[in-house]
Design a protein around this ligand. Structure first.
Ligand SMILES: [Zn+2]
Length: 368
């Protein structure tokens, strides 16, 4: 290690200061390069950074004191830079700072491609459910939800399917096992439609009421191109004083135009559902051929899409057991329901209902 004494400075112009500090830095670097063990390291620290006899301390004492006022700033800047260099040399020698080798090992090749993460997307059923819900939300409907494991009372009896009624046979029901000792109305089943949410909501809320009910339902159907044991419905219920069949027609005509485009026409045919009276099936003009007739609409120009009707007085009577305001003499309402898979299959040109549930990424990634 060099032990040259710190010289006195006689000139304080920039060039003289640069020379003086460069000489000190060179000495510090030579000392650091020659370090060969813990004792030498300690000696280096004492020599350069020691509080009393350290060279940096000596420089700041003697040079700064001797400098004329106008040179003090120039000297201070150079002194601080030298201090950073000496402290860095010490840190590197103790291993507390990263060595060149360590930095090299950690270096990243920013030209390599990064980790690719899959972008999530809405499932086509979720997307279609949201579209339907939004159409009715814009008409002032709120969203109603209910349990998928439902009682016989809410799924059937309160929807005007009395025990033993033949209409129950049209919904191949999956029932929960070992409930024979319970009264029929308390027995559990997987809901076959979203209609029980109509009753659950009416029991909670007096009229006026406008809800749209999106949800999953279950039936013991054999799977084929258009049937599956799981599917989804979007159901609606509107109750108020003076609601008529015209309101129902106007609402559904608007909704079908909002979902399929303003050129779509609707027409209504008499039908039967236990919970509505009168009931109707709704057809829309074929969205593929515009009504001219094609393979998709079996040359008829029309596609049957949903069921609807005026809420049956018997259903209101069940609701009135808990909310007397549902008096069928004072209020009226309509209900409607549609199969979500059927609408999604039409909108996206999907031919197999099973594609929605198979979890095949090749199918699903088309909706990203
Ligand atoms: Zn057609």
């Amino acid at each position: 290690m060099t032990n040259d004494p710190i010289p006195n400075l006689t000139a304080f112009d920039e060039a003289a200061l640069d020379r003086a500090f460069a000489a000190l830095e060179r000495q510090a670097r030579e000392d650091a390069a020659a370090l060969n063990g813990p004792d030498a390291l300690e000696a280096f620290k004492l020599k350069w950074l020691g509080r009393k006899q350290g060279r940096l301390n000596e420089v700041s004492g003697r040079w700064l004191k001797a400098a004329p006022v106008e040179a003090k700033k120039l000297l201070g800047v150079r002194f601080n830079a030298l201090k950073v260099v000496v402290e860095g040399l010490y840190d590197e020698a103790t291993g507390s700072g990263p060595t060149d080798a360590a930095l090299a090992a950690e270096s990243i090749d920013i030209t390599l491609p990064g980790t690719q993460r899959l972008i999530g997307a809405e499932h086509p059923i979720t997307r279609t459910l949201n579209e339907i819900t939004q159409v009715f939300a814009a008409l002032g409907y709120s969203v109603g939800v209910g349990p998928e494991v439902e009682t016989d009372y809410y799924n059937f009896e309160s929807m005007n399917f009395p025990p033993g009624h033949p209409a129950r046979d049209t919904q191949d029901t999956l029932v929960v096992a070992n409930q024979d000792r319970r009264p029929l109305r308390d027995r559990l089943l997987l809901r076959t439609h979203t209609s029980p949410v109509q009753m659950r909501t009416m029991e909670q809320q007096p009229p006026p009421l406008r809800i749209v009910i999106p949800g999953k339902v279950h039936r013991n159907d054999a799977a084929d191109a258009t049937h599956y044991p799981i599917f989804h419905q979007a159901e609606g219920l509107c109750v108020d004083t003076g609601i008529t069949f015209s309101d129902l027609k106007g609402t559904l005509d608007h909704a079908m135009k909002a979902l399929f485009g303003p050129a779509v026409k609707t027409r209504f045919f008499p039908s039967f559902f236990p919970f509505t009276e009168p009931s109707a099936d709704v057809q829309i003009s074929c969205i593929f051929c515009g009504g001219k007739g094609c393979r998709k609409c079996k040359q008829s120009g029309w596609i049957e899409l949903l069921g609807c009707g005026m809420v049956a007085p018997a259903v209101f009577a069940f609701a009135a057991e808990k909310q007397p305001a549902y008096d069928p003499k004072k209020i009226s309402g309509f209900a409607f329901g549609m199969g979500v898979e059927r609408i999604a299959m039409m909108k996206y040109g999907i031919s197999e209902i099973g594609s929605f549930f198979a979890g095949d990424m090749r199918f699903l990634s088309q909706f990203v």
